[in-house]
Ligand binder design. Sequence first.
Ligand SMILES: [Zn+2]
Length: 283
Amino acid sequence: MKIKSLKLYDTGYCTHPEKIAYAKGSWKQIRFPATVGLLQHPSLGYILFDTGYAEHFKEATKKFPYSVYAKLTPVHFTEEQSMKQQLLLDGIHPEEIKYIIISHFHGDHTAGLLDFPTAKILTFAKAYEDIKKRSKFGTLLKGCLKDTLPIDLEQRMTFIDHNPSMKLAPAYGKFEEGYDVFGDGSLLAVDLTGHAAGQFGLFVHLHSSKIVFLCADAVWLSKTYQNLVFPSKIANLLTSDSTSYRQNIEKLHHLSQASPEIEIVPTHCEHTWDKIKAGVYYE
Ligand SMILES: [Zn+2]
């Protein structure tokens, strides 16, 4: 089975010195967009890959301890930029989103979850277990805002990594093991633990035979894997497992060389933003 279409959306941005994401960069503040993918599956309907920023992010970060998040990471978005509002403009109602795939539980990926109360949620158990065991304050240190998670999350959630994994074809480079999300070959999830525990990426197999790799936050900037220039050491404070983080970047580098026809799309890269501004639509 192939995915009919993939559209990317921009839900706002935060700012950080470039050097944090790219050690050879400057201390100048640059913008990191929070992007979201909308996939159309031929029989299952609409699927979101992450949910970006939404008003719930502002509500969650009003009070201590989560107000610290907003202070450390200045965030810019309007209500119109939430996925709910942008989808309505595209004629898609929240109930039409059948599944939401959450790559990891950082606030800029989960903030829109509350806007889609009927969607089933797919993620890795490894990612959820890491958040579940922590207190509200403890999750903040992991970049997660527990207040953005729906109260019925556990009833609606299924774990992709509870299925048996499969060996991937050589075309996926050093990503040798993955999970067939719906058992139909349309979406393959690969563990990208590093940036966050249990974070994963998604190989999207499109109707045209094109493959897009939504790699979430395995890198913030594409030039990180292109040039193998890693984030500054300060970023280690935000990283769950810095050894795996580097290994994933090396795997992305290898993939980009070995299978250049696979388009690698990181959530927060400026080039992903450029694609959205240019109206890129994958079929
Ligand atoms: Zn993240």
